[in-house]
Ligand binder design. Structure first.
Ligand code: SF4
Length: 183
């Protein structure tokens, strides 16, 4: 591992811990499971398909996603946990998205210019998404989810020893996962 990469990893470790993100794992992005069925779930069944500017069809093809992920050597897979009920969920998602975007920005500013966040939820920065890339209110903050990139988050979380399950009720606590592609 190069000196620059080691320095970068130490920087990201310190940054994440200082922001309270203390449950994460370093992974090699090219080894992540990426599948067409994940995109199919976006297309058939998700109410945000075509209605949120961060979601498919406003996303690269699965082949392009695979190629992009293979360009990175290091990424951090971050576990988030929410247990405060459905009413406060949107505020929590918005707050965590902003915190993760700021972490991405700090990594970028530390000379890791490839830094890119794949969020744990579709973009929630506006009360109501415009649904269009052309009219997005904060295009520099719009990020796709891991699922929008075809990443099989269920398999990946399990491979890494994390808990994940299908929610049967919005009142249930939830484990969420984000990814920051680092270098
Ligand atoms: S910034 Fe607003 S308009 Fe743009 S993708 Fe996010 S929610 Fe939609």
């Amino acid at each position: 591992m190069g000196e620059l990469l080691t320095d970068g990893i130490l920087f990201v470790d310190k940054l994440l811990l200082s922001r309270g993100f203390d449950d994460y794992k370093w992974i090699r992005p090219g080894n992540m499971p990426v599948s067409y069925w994940v995109r199919m779930k976006c297309m058939y069944g998700c109410p945000d398909y075509g209605r949120n500017a961060s979601c498919p069809p406003n996303a690269p093809t699965i082949g392009e996603c695979k190629a992009l992920l293979a360009e990175y050597e290091k990424a951090v897979f971050i576990h988030l946990f929410y247990d405060s009920g459905p009413k406060l969920m949107k505020d929590w998602v918005m707050r965590k998205q902003k915190e993760l975007l700021d972490i991405e920005k700090n990594i970028f500013m530390h000379n890791m210019e490839k830094a890119f966040l794949l969020s744990f939820d579709n973009c929630n920065l506006c009360d109501k998404c415009t649904g269009s890339v052309d009219t997005c209110r904060f295009p520099y903050m719009r990020r796709p989810t891991m699922e929008a990139f075809g990443i099989d988050v269920f398999s990946l979380a399990k491979m890494l020893g994390y808990h994940i399950s299908v929610k049967k009720d919005f009142k249930e606590s939830t484990n969420r996962y984000a990814l920051i592609l680092v270098n």
